[in-house]
Design a protein around this ligand. Structure first.
Ligand SMILES: [Zn+2]
Length: 64
């Protein structure tokens, strides 16, 4: 097992550039964005592990 970094990528523009965002936080399924900042309130962060034998990715939530 080794730690891995998960990230999302937005749509690429005409010259192939896009914004990557690391996926590191979690919150409850019913959480709503703040009306002021547009951000979710994180309950904790995510640690990601990849099994080098079968490729399974395990996620662990670590509370703030
Ligand atoms: Zn495995």
């Amino acid at each position: 097992m080794r730690t891995v970094k998960l990230f999302g990528r937005g749509w690429e523009n005409a010259i192939g550039l896009a914004v990557d965002t690391e996926l590191v936080f979690y919150t409850g399924a019913g959480a709503e964005r703040s009306g002021l900042s547009g951000m979710f309130k994180a309950e904790g962060w995510v640690e990601s592990w990849l099994c080098s034998a079968c490729g399974r990715i395990l996620l662990y939530g670590i509370k703030n």
